[in-house]
Write a protein of this length. Sequence first.
Length: 403
Amino acid sequence: MDNLEAKSHIINNNEDTQGDLAQIAEKLYAEKDYEKALKMYTEALLYTTNSDLYVKMGNCLDKLGKSDTAIEYWQKAIDIDSSNSDAFINLGNHYYTKNKIEMAISNWMAALVSMPEEPTANLNLAVAYTLKKMTINAFKYYNRYLKYAQDKTSEKYKEIQHQIERNKKLANDYLKLGVQYQASKDKLSALKCYKRAGQYYPNFSKIHLNIGSLYFADQNYEEAAKYWTKAMYLDPTYPKTISNLAICHDMLKQFDYAYCYYTIFASFIINQPAEYSKVVTRCHKIKPYLNDNPLLAENHIIAAKKAFANCDYDRAISEFKNYIILKPQEQDVYFEMVKKLEQYLNPERTMINICNDKGIKLMGQHKFKEAQKYFARILVLADSGTPDYANARRKFGICLQNS
C-alpha cells in the first residue's frame, strides 16, 4: 500500500536521538517487522512533529491490517504538510482498493500539485481513468508516466511505451487518410477514418476538430458541438474552436452556451476591431434572453459540480467559467475553485514558476549551487524546445559556471 516508488522524504532534525530512532525504524520496516517499526517511529515522534513520520507510521499500520487507522495518520501528515505527496498517494491507494475511484483520483491529483513528476501517481491516474472509460484523461497520464518514470528499462514501461507509440502512429495514419477523403468530398469515409483515429488515440485535437466540421456541414450541430468541446478541452487556447462552439450553440438556440463562448472568443480578438464589434453585438442581442431566463445560469453550476464529482475536471473548469460569465457577481465565490482545478490539471506550470522564482532569488544572493537544483527541476518538468526549458537551461549553465 505504501508508495515504495515515490520520492523518499528525508527526516531533517537536529536531535540525534530522533534520527537514530527513525533509522532503526526504517531498518525494521525493511525487515517487515512492522510492530517494532511502528514503536520506533512513535518514539521518534516525541522529539519532533514531522509529517513524514506520520506517513511512515501510517504505512506500518496499513501493513498490520489497520488501514482505517492508517488513513488517520496519512491525513495528519497532510495537515502538517499539505505538500506531502506520499501521504496523498497512500490515501489514493487506500481508496482505490475500496473501489472509491473518484476519491482515489482526487488524492493522486493532489499529490501531483507539489510533485508533478511523481511517476506512481501519474500511472495510477492513467489506470483509474481507463477504468472510468475516460480515455483522453487516461492517455494524458500514461504520457506523463512515460515522461517521468525513473526506470525506463522495466517491462511495464516498455509495454506501455510500445502501446502508446503504436496507437499514436495508427491514429495519425487514419487522420491523414481522413483528410484525404475529406479533401475529395467523401465525407462518410473521412468520418469513419477520423473516428477510427480517435479510437486509437483521442488526444489529437485535430481529430475532433475535423469530425466537428463534418457534422457542422451536415447541420448536425449537436454532434459538432460535442466534438468541438473535446477539441477545446485538449487545446483551450485555440480561438477557432471557441468561435466554432459559439456559432454552433447559437444555431442550436442554446444561447447561454453561445453567449459564454462568444465572450471567451472576444478576449482573443480584442485587437481586431471589426470582428470584435460583431461578436460583442451578438452578445448584446442574446443578453435580454438570458436575463429573462435566469435559471439557465444555474444549470452550469449544477453541471460543474457534477463534473467535479466525476473527476471530469476539464468540463468542471469550463462550466464554472461559464457560470462566472453568466453571473459575474459570483466570481469571488468560484474563482479560487477554478484556479485550484487548473493547477490540478497543469501542476507543472505552477511548479515551474515556483522553481524559477526561487532560482532567480538564490542567484541574486550568489547562491548558485543552491539555485542550480531549481533550474534542474524545470528541465525535468518543461518540454524540450519550450521557452521554459531554454530559459532554465541557460540559467542552469550560469549556475554551473559560478558554483
